[in-house]
Design a protein around this ligand. Structure first.
Ligand code: SAM
Length: 247
Protein backbone atom coordinates (compact mmCIF):
# COMPACT_ATOMS: atom_id res chain seq x y z
CA UNK A 1 0.00 0.00 0.00
CA UNK A 2 1.35 3.50 -0.77
CA UNK A 3 1.83 5.90 2.12
CA UNK A 4 -0.99 8.01 0.80
CA UNK A 5 -3.38 5.05 0.87
CA UNK A 6 -2.31 4.15 4.46
CA UNK A 7 -2.99 7.62 5.79
CA UNK A 8 -6.31 7.87 3.96
CA UNK A 9 -7.63 5.12 6.23
CA UNK A 10 -7.84 4.85 10.00
CA UNK A 11 -5.15 2.15 9.98
CA UNK A 12 -2.13 1.54 12.26
CA UNK A 13 0.14 3.89 10.23
CA UNK A 14 -2.06 6.86 11.10
CA UNK A 15 -2.18 6.04 14.82
CA UNK A 16 1.55 5.18 14.94
CA UNK A 17 2.28 8.61 13.48
CA UNK A 18 0.04 10.14 16.14
CA UNK A 19 1.54 8.09 18.99
CA UNK A 20 -1.92 7.16 20.31
CA UNK A 21 -4.30 4.37 19.33
CA UNK A 22 -8.08 4.58 19.73
CA UNK A 23 -10.05 1.74 21.30
CA UNK A 24 -12.40 -0.11 18.95
CA UNK A 25 -15.32 1.88 20.40
CA UNK A 26 -13.52 5.20 19.82
CA UNK A 27 -12.67 4.18 16.26
CA UNK A 28 -16.33 3.31 15.64
CA UNK A 29 -17.35 6.71 16.99
CA UNK A 30 -14.90 8.47 14.64
CA UNK A 31 -16.27 6.50 11.68
CA UNK A 32 -19.81 7.32 12.84
CA UNK A 33 -18.88 11.02 13.04
CA UNK A 34 -17.69 10.87 9.43
CA UNK A 35 -21.06 9.40 8.36
CA UNK A 36 -22.96 12.02 10.38
CA UNK A 37 -20.96 14.83 8.76
CA UNK A 38 -21.85 13.48 5.31
CA UNK A 39 -25.54 13.51 6.29
CA UNK A 40 -25.51 16.93 7.92
CA UNK A 41 -23.46 18.51 5.13
CA UNK A 42 -26.48 18.00 2.86
CA UNK A 43 -28.41 20.44 5.11
CA UNK A 44 -25.74 22.71 6.63
CA UNK A 45 -22.37 23.64 5.21
CA UNK A 46 -20.24 22.13 8.01
CA UNK A 47 -17.01 21.09 6.27
CA UNK A 48 -15.86 19.80 2.91
CA UNK A 49 -13.11 17.66 4.51
CA UNK A 50 -15.03 14.43 5.06
CA UNK A 51 -13.46 11.82 2.82
CA UNK A 52 -10.25 9.75 3.02
CA UNK A 53 -7.12 11.64 4.06
CA UNK A 54 -9.06 14.90 4.17
CA UNK A 55 -11.01 13.47 7.09
CA UNK A 56 -8.45 11.23 8.80
CA UNK A 57 -5.46 13.56 8.51
CA UNK A 58 -6.80 17.10 8.14
CA UNK A 59 -9.62 16.65 10.65
CA UNK A 60 -8.98 13.77 13.07
CA UNK A 61 -5.15 13.72 13.20
CA UNK A 62 -4.97 17.52 13.11
CA UNK A 63 -7.41 17.76 16.03
CA UNK A 64 -5.49 15.27 18.18
CA UNK A 65 -1.76 15.76 17.59
CA UNK A 66 -1.40 18.75 19.96
CA UNK A 67 -2.97 16.73 22.80
CA UNK A 68 -0.23 14.16 23.37
CA UNK A 69 -0.03 14.73 27.12
CA UNK A 70 -3.83 14.78 27.58
CA UNK A 71 -4.18 11.56 25.55
CA UNK A 72 -1.77 9.79 27.92
CA UNK A 73 -4.19 10.59 30.80
CA UNK A 74 -7.41 10.31 28.86
CA UNK A 75 -9.56 9.30 31.86
CA UNK A 76 -8.57 12.37 33.90
CA UNK A 77 -11.57 14.62 34.55
CA UNK A 78 -11.08 17.90 32.64
CA UNK A 79 -13.30 20.76 31.60
CA UNK A 80 -12.59 21.69 27.99
CA UNK A 81 -14.13 24.27 25.68
CA UNK A 82 -13.85 24.55 21.90
CA UNK A 83 -14.61 28.01 20.55
CA UNK A 84 -15.89 28.21 16.95
CA UNK A 85 -16.44 24.47 16.78
CA UNK A 86 -18.06 24.51 13.31
CA UNK A 87 -18.55 20.88 12.30
CA UNK A 88 -17.05 19.64 15.60
CA UNK A 89 -13.29 19.95 15.14
CA UNK A 90 -11.45 19.67 17.35
CA UNK A 91 -14.21 19.47 20.00
CA UNK A 92 -16.16 16.34 19.04
CA UNK A 93 -12.99 14.37 18.26
CA UNK A 94 -11.66 15.35 21.68
CA UNK A 95 -14.86 14.21 23.35
CA UNK A 96 -14.35 10.82 21.70
CA UNK A 97 -10.64 10.56 22.53
CA UNK A 98 -10.77 11.87 26.14
CA UNK A 99 -13.46 9.86 27.98
CA UNK A 100 -12.75 11.68 31.25
CA UNK A 101 -13.37 15.13 29.79
CA UNK A 102 -16.49 17.24 29.58
CA UNK A 103 -16.49 19.45 26.49
CA UNK A 104 -18.36 22.66 25.75
CA UNK A 105 -18.74 23.45 22.04
CA UNK A 106 -19.44 27.07 21.11
CA UNK A 107 -20.44 28.44 17.74
CA UNK A 108 -22.37 31.54 16.77
CA UNK A 109 -24.22 29.87 13.86
CA UNK A 110 -27.45 28.25 15.07
CA UNK A 111 -27.65 25.74 12.21
CA UNK A 112 -24.17 24.47 13.09
CA UNK A 113 -24.91 24.16 16.80
CA UNK A 114 -28.13 22.27 16.00
CA UNK A 115 -26.04 19.82 13.94
CA UNK A 116 -23.42 19.58 16.73
CA UNK A 117 -26.10 18.74 19.32
CA UNK A 118 -27.66 16.10 17.08
CA UNK A 119 -24.27 14.55 16.22
CA UNK A 120 -23.18 14.46 19.89
CA UNK A 121 -26.44 12.69 20.76
CA UNK A 122 -26.01 10.08 17.99
CA UNK A 123 -22.45 9.45 19.18
CA UNK A 124 -23.65 8.83 22.74
CA UNK A 125 -21.76 11.85 24.07
CA UNK A 126 -24.65 13.92 25.44
CA UNK A 127 -23.64 13.44 29.08
CA UNK A 128 -20.22 15.00 28.44
CA UNK A 129 -20.87 17.46 25.61
CA UNK A 130 -22.65 20.81 26.05
CA UNK A 131 -23.38 22.98 23.03
CA UNK A 132 -23.73 26.78 23.27
CA UNK A 133 -25.08 28.79 20.37
CA UNK A 134 -23.50 32.18 20.96
CA UNK A 135 -20.61 34.51 20.22
CA UNK A 136 -17.37 33.79 22.08
CA UNK A 137 -17.33 37.38 23.35
CA UNK A 138 -20.45 36.50 25.42
CA UNK A 139 -19.18 33.09 26.56
CA UNK A 140 -16.12 34.71 28.11
CA UNK A 141 -18.28 37.13 30.14
CA UNK A 142 -20.79 34.51 31.32
CA UNK A 143 -20.20 33.39 34.92
CA UNK A 144 -21.16 29.83 33.85
CA UNK A 145 -17.99 29.73 31.72
CA UNK A 146 -15.55 32.45 32.74
CA UNK A 147 -12.54 31.15 34.66
CA UNK A 148 -13.78 27.55 34.72
CA UNK A 149 -11.86 25.56 32.08
CA UNK A 150 -8.74 23.40 32.23
CA UNK A 151 -8.33 23.63 28.47
CA UNK A 152 -9.79 26.24 26.11
CA UNK A 153 -9.08 25.82 22.40
CA UNK A 154 -9.88 27.15 18.95
CA UNK A 155 -8.96 26.01 15.45
CA UNK A 156 -9.33 28.14 12.33
CA UNK A 157 -11.41 30.84 14.03
CA UNK A 158 -9.41 34.08 13.78
CA UNK A 159 -5.94 35.55 14.22
CA UNK A 160 -3.96 34.60 17.34
CA UNK A 161 -4.55 37.91 19.24
CA UNK A 162 -8.32 37.65 18.64
CA UNK A 163 -8.46 33.98 19.64
CA UNK A 164 -6.36 34.68 22.75
CA UNK A 165 -8.91 37.31 23.80
CA UNK A 166 -11.69 34.70 23.43
CA UNK A 167 -9.83 31.91 25.26
CA UNK A 168 -7.79 33.38 28.14
CA UNK A 169 -10.83 34.69 30.12
CA UNK A 170 -12.25 31.14 30.14
CA UNK A 171 -9.25 29.60 31.94
CA UNK A 172 -8.99 28.37 35.51
CA UNK A 173 -5.80 29.69 37.19
CA UNK A 174 -4.08 26.39 36.26
CA UNK A 175 -5.77 26.13 32.84
CA UNK A 176 -4.21 26.33 29.40
CA UNK A 177 -5.38 27.86 26.15
CA UNK A 178 -4.54 25.89 23.01
CA UNK A 179 -4.34 27.75 19.72
CA UNK A 180 -4.26 25.54 16.62
CA UNK A 181 -2.34 27.42 13.95
CA UNK A 182 -1.23 26.57 10.44
CA UNK A 183 1.51 29.00 9.40
CA UNK A 184 3.35 30.73 12.29
CA UNK A 185 5.93 33.50 11.82
CA UNK A 186 8.07 35.73 14.06
CA UNK A 187 5.66 38.59 13.26
CA UNK A 188 2.72 36.45 14.41
CA UNK A 189 4.64 35.78 17.64
CA UNK A 190 5.20 39.54 18.18
CA UNK A 191 1.51 40.31 17.63
CA UNK A 192 0.46 37.59 20.06
CA UNK A 193 2.98 38.76 22.70
CA UNK A 194 1.49 42.29 22.55
CA UNK A 195 -2.04 40.93 23.05
CA UNK A 196 -0.98 38.68 25.93
CA UNK A 197 0.28 41.70 27.91
CA UNK A 198 -3.33 43.01 28.03
CA UNK A 199 -4.72 39.60 28.96
CA UNK A 200 -2.09 38.91 31.70
CA UNK A 201 -1.04 35.66 30.06
CA UNK A 202 2.17 34.04 28.80
CA UNK A 203 3.06 31.80 25.89
CA UNK A 204 4.30 28.61 27.59
CA UNK A 205 4.81 26.35 24.59
CA UNK A 206 5.08 26.45 20.80
CA UNK A 207 5.34 23.21 18.84
CA UNK A 208 5.61 22.65 15.11
CA UNK A 209 4.74 19.43 13.33
CA UNK A 210 4.30 18.16 9.83
CA UNK A 211 1.10 16.31 9.10
CA UNK A 212 1.42 12.82 7.56
CA UNK A 213 1.33 12.45 3.80
CA UNK A 214 2.81 15.95 3.24
CA UNK A 215 -0.52 17.50 4.22
CA UNK A 216 1.17 20.63 5.55
CA UNK A 217 2.77 22.14 8.62
CA UNK A 218 0.89 22.91 11.82
CA UNK A 219 1.72 24.72 15.05
CA UNK A 220 0.24 24.52 18.50
CA UNK A 221 0.59 27.39 20.95
CA UNK A 222 -0.19 27.00 24.62
CA UNK A 223 -0.99 29.97 26.86
CA UNK A 224 -1.34 30.27 30.60
CA UNK A 225 -2.68 33.14 32.69
CA UNK A 226 -0.17 34.83 34.98
CA UNK A 227 -2.84 36.85 36.82
CA UNK A 228 -6.66 36.92 36.69
CA UNK A 229 -7.76 38.17 33.29
CA UNK A 230 -9.01 41.80 33.51
CA UNK A 231 -12.83 41.91 33.56
CA UNK A 232 -12.98 44.06 30.42
CA UNK A 233 -11.91 41.06 28.25
CA UNK A 234 -13.31 39.74 26.06
CA UNK A 235 -14.63 43.09 24.81
CA UNK A 236 -18.15 43.36 23.30
CA UNK A 237 -19.18 41.42 20.18
CA UNK A 238 -17.09 42.30 17.15
CA UNK A 239 -14.56 44.51 18.96
CA UNK A 240 -11.78 41.89 19.33
CA UNK A 241 -11.73 41.25 15.57
CA UNK A 242 -12.18 44.89 14.56
CA UNK A 243 -9.56 46.22 16.94
CA UNK A 244 -7.22 43.35 17.93
CA UNK A 245 -5.37 43.81 21.23
CA UNK A 246 -1.97 45.38 20.73
CA UNK A 247 -2.57 46.52 17.16
C1 SAM B 1 -13.51 28.22 9.74
S1 SAM B 1 -14.64 27.61 10.89
C2 SAM B 1 -13.66 26.46 11.80
C3 SAM B 1 -14.48 25.39 12.41
C4 SAM B 1 -13.69 24.33 13.18
N1 SAM B 1 -13.06 24.88 14.37
C5 SAM B 1 -12.65 23.66 12.32
O1 SAM B 1 -11.46 23.85 12.57
O2 SAM B 1 -13.04 22.95 11.38
C6 SAM B 1 -14.80 28.94 12.06
C7 SAM B 1 -16.03 28.78 12.96
O3 SAM B 1 -15.93 29.72 14.02
C8 SAM B 1 -17.21 30.29 14.25
N2 SAM B 1 -16.95 31.61 14.84
C9 SAM B 1 -16.20 32.63 14.31
N3 SAM B 1 -16.15 33.66 15.16
C10 SAM B 1 -16.90 33.31 16.26
C11 SAM B 1 -17.23 33.96 17.48
N4 SAM B 1 -16.79 35.19 17.76
N5 SAM B 1 -17.98 33.29 18.35
C12 SAM B 1 -18.43 32.03 18.09
N6 SAM B 1 -18.16 31.37 16.95
C13 SAM B 1 -17.39 32.00 16.05
C14 SAM B 1 -17.86 30.32 12.87
O4 SAM B 1 -19.26 30.35 12.96
C15 SAM B 1 -17.34 29.03 12.25
O5 SAM B 1 -18.21 27.95 12.46
Amino acid sequence: MSNQACFSNPGPELWNALGWHPSSEQLEQMIALQALLRQWNARVNLTRLVEGGDYWILQVFDSLWPLQSELQNAQQPRRCIDIGSGGGFPGLVLAIALPGASITLVDSVGRKTAALKAMAAKLGLTSRVTVRSERAELTGQDHCCRGLFDLAMARAVSTAPVVAEYLVPLLKPSGEALLFRGHWSPNDAKDLAKALRFLQADLIKMERRELPDNRGVRHQLRLRATLPCPATFPRPIGVPAKNPLGS
